[in-house]
Design a protein around this ligand. Structure first.
Ligand code: SAH
Length: 243
């Protein structure tokens, strides 16, 4: 039985890919994914058949994966970060109901939250909520409710998809909701191009974050009430020193 391996590549750099993901890419003759991710691995695996569809054609990309697997070959469906966090794992499982003869295996990867946290220091040492600001698949009202609830409960908040050309002011709107519950000097961090060329990070206050323009290759971290800046690092104390 041929299989689809839904594979998280990690944030970018080859050395942040798991050995299991590496082995899957070696094994599969066909690799399918959004072009930006394929470009990250093409040099390392030059002899593969690469297939792609434009962004927002995710269901087509999944059907393409099943069509290739039906020809009797293993397929790697690649995503950045973790395949099961705003990745393709869910849709492959859903569409897979129509293809019971094809196996599915999910191969996890380092997600932007953990990759970016390591760049900033240790912001996710305590309970945190991950929220995507993309309203392509989630109504904005629901995103607002989740931001409000997470901020009210003093979670550290990690924001994916903080901006795009059409959603230039979403981060500002998100910060305004969070500011209803968190202080304006709450320690925040942004990380751009995690594990990729041009990786950069900045630590700033929630007030400054509200004014900040970020792009879609950025992950945003909003601290909880105990988060500190320590020697240039964003650190949320776990509480060991109080025990
Ligand atoms: N499956 C991915 C997330 C896809 S959603 C994962 O687990 O990481 C896309 C969003 O993830 C981007 O808008 C950005 O907020 C974040 N992201 C993914 N890769 C990133 C990287 N290398 N650097 C910074 N942010 C990244």
């Amino acid at each position: 039985m041929s299989k689809i391996y839904v594979t998280g590549l990690g944030p970018g750099a080859a050395d942040q890919m798991t050995i299991r993901a590496q082995k899957v890419l070696e094994r599969c003759p066909v690799i399918i994914g959004y072009t930006v991710y394929i470009d990250l691995i093409r040099d390392e695996f030059p002899d593969k058949t690469y297939l792609s569809t434009p962004m927002r054609k995710e269901a087509d990309r999944c059907r393409m994966a099943f069509a290739e697997a039906e020809k009797g070959q293993d397929v790697a469906m690649v995503c950045s970060g973790d395949a099961g966090i705003y990745g393709m794992a869910g849709l492959i499982c859903e569409i897979g109901r129509d293809y019971p003869e094809i196996g599915i295996e999910i191969v996890p990867g380092i997600t932007a939250a953990s990759g970016g946290a390591a760049v900033l220091g240790a912001p996710l040492m305590h309970d945190f909520a991950v929220i995507s600001l993309s309203d392509l698949l989630t109504p904005w009202e629901k995103i607002e409710r989740r931001l409000d609830a997470a901020a009210a409960a003093d979670f550290v908040i990690c924001l994916y998809n903080p901006s795009s050309r059409k959603r230039a002011d979403y981060l500002e709107r998100a910060c305004e909701i969070v500011l209803k519950h968190k202080k304006s000097d709450t320690v925040c961090g942004i990380v751009r191009n995690i594990g990729r060329e041009g990786e950069s990070c900045e630590i700033l206050s929630l007030e400054q974050l509200r004014e900040k323009k970020v792009d879609m290759f950025t992950t945003v971290f909003i601290g909880n009430s105990a988060t500190m800046e320590l020697n240039g690092r964003m650190v949320t104390p776990r509480g060991y020193r109080d025990v």
